[in-house]
Design a protein around this ligand. Structure first.
Ligand SMILES: *Cc1c(COP(=O)(O)O)cnc(C)c1O
Length: 394
């Protein structure tokens, strides 16, 4: 007798419940801003990826509304058939200029971008070398390819070099890394990665989801943070869904990359184009970050202030270098309990445990944004001090 759907669902859910991994997301009752409302209570939001406050920014909403009125609610088709509107191409041009790359293509999300680009680019005799902590969408993207896959230890240049020495290929060699790692907030040593990759004739592929709008002048990303300009042997992918405040993903790099993706990337070919309002919001975001330098300044002032405060309280933030600020509580139940107690004190920040992060390193992951005030951060630090003491972590 085959398994019934009811059996499958109840058994899986029961398993998740027993292991404490069942997710039931908090519902925000106002837009995603530094202050929001959950269960009818006002809370300070340290859980979003809304680095620059663009998710509910007036300039983005205004442009989204204008594009909606002029270009409609939907794109009407996949890009390759009849869904490419003038605004899609204009935005891609704007993005390529912003990132100083030879071309840029926009897809539906950062997640589908990794699937689309890795799937389109890689062939069976290629070699891919991937950082062990790379994002799930990279792992899934690589599963779509028949290329040989190897892993190097997280941000470990010597180990990367070892893998490059031990493996060779006459096909394309691709070193894949996140630009900023989403759980620890550390920055990939991209300058060294590119240097080693080049010595072995490999191309570097950097997923800059948490570096876009955060690192480099005007948020141009990790490549710019390290002070090197676009090169043909570096592919930058990233998201338009985090700091840029909308939803989407991009691949930017070699002048011919875009043309290949248009022909081969399956999300481009088989999934409908972004709606005009989203394109409008994103185009305004790229302008706004350059028009108003105080956004990046506030993001980084707040980041330094909050990190110093967390450190002074005696917590471990894992040496994070970016606005992503983990606060380690040990095992998962402690992190989840801390998150619950913080919420009671009006601070919204999510607990993350094994298997997303290693055993013993369960944490609360905070993301500081440009919208937070000093008062907000002081309130958060006070709550951390109290909860850390209650749970015996500091
Ligand atoms: C968040 C994230 C993505 C997914 O981006 P979306 O636009 O939300 O789909 C991809 N890669 C990395 C490294 C991320 O952190």
């Amino acid at each position: 007798m085959p398994t019934t759907l009811s059996e499958r669902l109840s058994r899986e859910l029961e398993g998740l419940r027993e292991s404490g991994l069942l997710i039931s997301p908090k519902v925000l009752e106002t837009p995603n801003r530094a202050h929001t409302r959950i269960d009818g209570r006002d809370v300070l939001n340290l859980a979003s990826n809304n680095y620059l406050g663009f998710a509910d920014h007036p300039a983005l909403k205004e442009r989204a509304e204008a594009y909606l009125r002029e270009w409609g609610a939907g794109a009407g088709a996949v890009r390759g058939i009849a869904g490419t509107l003038r605004i899609h191409e204009d935005f891609e041009q704007q993005l390529a200029e912003f990132k100083h790359t030879g071309s840029a293509l926009v897809l539906h999300s950062g997640f589908t971008t990794n699937q689309g680009v890795l799937g389109a680019l890689l062939q069976p005799d290629d070699l891919v070398i991937s950082d062990e902590l790379n994002h799930a969408s990279i792992i899934d993207g690589l599963r779509l390819t028949k290329a040989t896959k190897k892993i190097f230890k997280h941000a470990d240049i010597a180990d990367l070099e070892r893998v490059l020495q031990e493996n060779d290929s006459d096909g394309l060699k691709l070193v894949v890394t996140d630009g900023v790692f989403s759980m620890d907030g550390d920055i990939a040593p991209l300058d060294k990665i590119v240097e080693v990759a080049r010595r072995y004739g490999a191309v570097t592929y950097v997923d800059d989801a948490h570096g876009s709008g955060v690192l480099g002048a005007d948020g141009r990303g990790t490549v710019h943070h390290f002070g090197f300009e676009h090169a043909d042997d570096v592919i930058q992918v990233g998201t338009l869904s985090k700091a840029w405040g909308g939803v989407g993903g991009y691949a930017a790099g070699h002048a011919d990359l875009r043309q290949l993706l248009i022909n081969r990337a399956r999300p481009y070919l088989f999934s409908t184009a972004q709606p005009p309002a989203v394109v409008g919001a994103l185009s305004a975001a790229l302008e706004e970050v350059q028009r108003d330098p105080s956004l990046m300044e506030r993001l980084w002032d707040n980041t330094r202030y909050f990190k110093a405060g967390i450190e002074a309280l005696g917590f471990d933030h894992m040496g994070s270098q970016t606005p992503i600020t983990p606060v380690v509580f040990g095992e998962a139940p402690a992190a989840f309990e801390a998150s619950r107690r913080l919420l009671e004190r009006g601070i919204f920040a999510t607990g993350i445990g094994f298997p997303t992060v290693p055993l013993g390193k369960a944490r609360i992951r905070n993301i500081v944004t440009a919208e937070h005030t000093r008062d907000d951060l002081d309130r958060a630090l006070e709550a951390y001090s109290a909860v850390g003491k209650e749970l015996g972590v500091i």
